[in-house]
Ligand binder design. Sequence first.
Ligand SMILES: [Zn+2]
Length: 287
Amino acid sequence: MPELPEVETVRKGLELYLRNFLIERIEVLSERTIASDGGSRVFVKNMEGVVITHWQRKGKYLIAGLSKLNSIDRQKNQFSAWVIHLRMTGHFQWNPMTSSPCPHTRVRLWNKEGDEIRFVDVRNFGQMWWVPPNEVPSEVINGLKRLGPEPFSDEFNYKYLRKALLNRTRSIKASLLDQALIAGIGNIYADESLFDAGIAPNKQSKSLNIKELKKLSQSIVKVLSMSIGKGGTTFSDFRNLEGLNGNYGEEAWVYRRTNMPCKKCNSIIRRDKLSGRSTHWCPSCQK
Ligand SMILES: [Zn+2]
């Protein structure tokens, strides 16, 4: 599943190709992809004829600002929004050369020049919403409402972690995966951040001391920044807009390195199930 670095990579691509994209026509091939009220009918009606002004990301959500050309909305600086969650396999293809869409194509959008942006999703769990100008995405989309702070925000630091993990008896790995606690971290970056911080994934959340919390908050930011620099990870079905996947996979210290020697100490990397998720870690480096 795409995590923060992959979604950020997609956001950068969308910003590059789709800033000032005037949506001329939309075709929805999968009704279940449209999660906002009124389904594809309301979605298409409100999104045709608008310009994409900018792209933001919150956790794993992509948010495009939409504006009608020369409209009152624009003068009032009010934007409607197009919100997308890629889930497991959703991805965008820019101007695909194939004339007919593959069977997993869910939504197609064109501008006047005939350029196309295509949303393709094999598993079909991806979702998108149209949010009207008088509503705020974080107030109407449940998953966005519950999101914890972004790892790159000022709000996120060891003090925040200390407060959030107080009285939490579950494992630190489970806490890191909790989107209400921190936005955007999934299995790969939880394992990599815990390795970088030298903390065992099964350690009780509330038992981390100040030194460990400081290290962990720094490790999370470090690991995510590094992966964004590499364009996301090679694992998972992630693709950027040009159909390429990222290069972070080769850099991984523990993720998907089960039974291989630790790059730091040569101990064997273990893989254990923790809260139902495969967890990769080094028992010597992580205490
Ligand atoms: Zn090690």
